[in-house]
Design a protein around this ligand. Structure first.
Ligand code: HEM
Length: 320
C-alpha cells in the first residue's frame, strides 16, 4: 500500500494497533470491563482514545493517496489495474483498488466501510504472518537437520537458478508447508478466538450444557498441545503434518486459522506468502542460534509473543 510502517513516530500505526489489540484482549478477559459504561470510563481515564483515533490515520492516508493516483491516471488516460487479459500484459487490481471500485451506491461500500476493511486486513494479516515467519526461522535455526531437509527440497526444485518461484513450483514445497503448519501448531500466533453460542450446546463427554448466548473462548495453544492428538506435543516434529498423519486426525485438531464460516479469510494468502518468504530466505541464507526450544517464554495476548525474542544469526549460503 506504499506506506512504510517502520517510518513511524511514537504514535505510529504499529504502536496504536498493538495497544488497541491489548485493549481488546483486556476487555475480553477482564470481567469488570464488560459493562459499556465502565469500559468507556476506563478508556477516558487512561486516555486510550487517542490510540483508536490514530489507527484511523493510516487507512485515511492510504485511501486519499490511491484516490489521487487513480484520478491522475484517469486524467492522463493511463490504464489502471484490470483483471482482464486483453492480449496485453496481464495486470491485476490490488485490494484497495478492488474495494474502491465497489464504492458505489449499488454495492453499498462507503468510504467508512473501505477504511474498516483496510484496518482489518492490515491488523489481521501483518503481525500473524511476520510473527509466524520469525517463529519458523528460529525453529529451523534450533533444528539444523530439519533446516537442511527444507533447503534440499528448495534446491531440488530450483537448483542454482536465481529465478523466483512460480506458483506451480510452490505447490511442490510439501515439507516446507509441513514445517509452517508445525510452527503454527506449537506457536499459533492468534492464540485466542471467541464465539457467542446461537443455541444451547451440550458437551457430551462431560454431560454439561452451555446456554445460548454464552461467550466461549477457544485456545489453539491448548488444543494443539493435547497429547491425545499429537504424541510428544511439546516437541517440534513437522511429520505431524505429513498426509498420513493429517488424515488420521479430526479436522479441528489444527485451528491456527480458526474454523467454520468465520475462519481466517487470509489463510491461503498467508500460507502462500510465508512459503515464498521462507523459501526465498532459506535458498540464500542458513540460520543459526544457540537457543533451545525450552528457552522460549510465551506471553498470551491477542497475539502470541515470544518474550525472549528471536536471536538468530544468518550466513550466506554462497560464502560456504
Ligand atoms: C499466519 C497467518 C495467519 C494466522 C495464524 C491467522 C489467524 C487467524 C485466526 C485464528 C482468525 C480467527 C478465526 C476464527 O475466529 O475462526 C483469523 C481471522 C481473520 N484473519 Fe487471519 N490469520 C493469518 C493471516 C491473515 C492474513 C494474511 C489476512 C489478510 C490478508 C488475515 C485476515 C483475517 C481476517 C479479515 C479475519 C476475520 C475473519 C472473519 O471474522 O470473518 N489473516 N485469522
Amino acid at each position: 500500500m506504499d506506506y512504510n510502517l517502520d517510518s513511524q513516530t511514537d504514535m505510529g500505526f504499529k504502536k496504536c494497533v498493538r495497544i488497541g489489540s491489548e485493549l481488546i484482549f483486556n476487555r475480553a478477559t477482564k470481567v469488570w470491563l464488560y459493562p459499556e459504561i465502565i469500559y468507556n470510563l476506563y478508556i477516558k481515564l487512561f486516555d486510550y482514545e487517542k490510540y483508536y483515533t490514530n489507527v484511523q490515520n493510516l487507512p485515511k492516508h492510504v485511501i486519499e493517496k490511491k484516490k489521487n493516483e487513480l484520478a491522475q491516471k484517469f486524467k492522463n488516460k493511463i490504464k489502471t489495474g484490470t483483471d482482464v487479459n486483453d492480449g496485453e500484459k496481464k495486470c491485476y487490481k490490488g485490494l484497495l483498488e478492488t474495494l474502491m471500485d465497489s464504492n458505489d451506491a449499488e454495492s453499498g461500500l462507503s468510504d467508512e466501510d473501505i477504511k474498516s476493511h483496510v484496518i482489518t486486513i492490515v491488523a489481521g494479516g501483518f503481525e500473524t504472518t511476520s510473527m509466524t515467519g520469525s517463529y519458523c526461522l528460529l525453529l529451523l535455526a534450533i533444528y539444523p537437520d530439519i533446516q537442511d531437509r527444507v533447503y534440499d527440497e528448495i534446491y531440488s526444485i530450483l537448483g542454482d537458478s536465481d529465478e523466483p518461484f512460480t506458483f506451480e513450483q510452490t505447490t511442490s514445497l510439501v515439507y516446507l508447508k509441513q514445517v509452517i503448519h508445525e510452527t503454527l501448531r506449537l506457536f499459533p500466533t492468534a492464540p485466542v478466538m471467541f464465539r457467542e453460542l446461537q443455541d444451547d450446546v451440550t458437551i457430551i463427554s462431560g454431560n454439561h450444557t452451555l446456554p445460548k448466548g454464552t461467550i466461549c473462548g477457544m485456545f489453539p495453544l491448548i488444543t494443539h498441545r493435547n497429547p491425545e492428538l499429537y504424541p510428544n506435543p511439546k516437541s517440534f516434529n513437522p511429520d505431524n503434518f505429513n498426509a498420513d498423519n493429517v488424515a488420521k486426525r479430526h479436522k479441528y485438531s489444527f485451528i491456527a486459522f480458526g474454523g467454520g464460516p468465520r475462519n481466517c479469510i487470509g489463510m491461503k494468502y498467508g500460507l502462500l506468502f510465508m512459503t515464498l518468504l521462507l523459501s526465498d530466505v532459506l535458498r540464500n541464507f542458513s540460520v543459526h542460534t544457540d537457543m533451545k526450544l525450552s528457552d522460549m517464554k510465551l506471553n498470551v495476548g491477542i497475539s502470541l509473543q515470544n518474550t525472549v525474542g528471536f536471536p538468530i544469526t544468518i550466513q550466506s549460503r554462497k560464502q560456504k
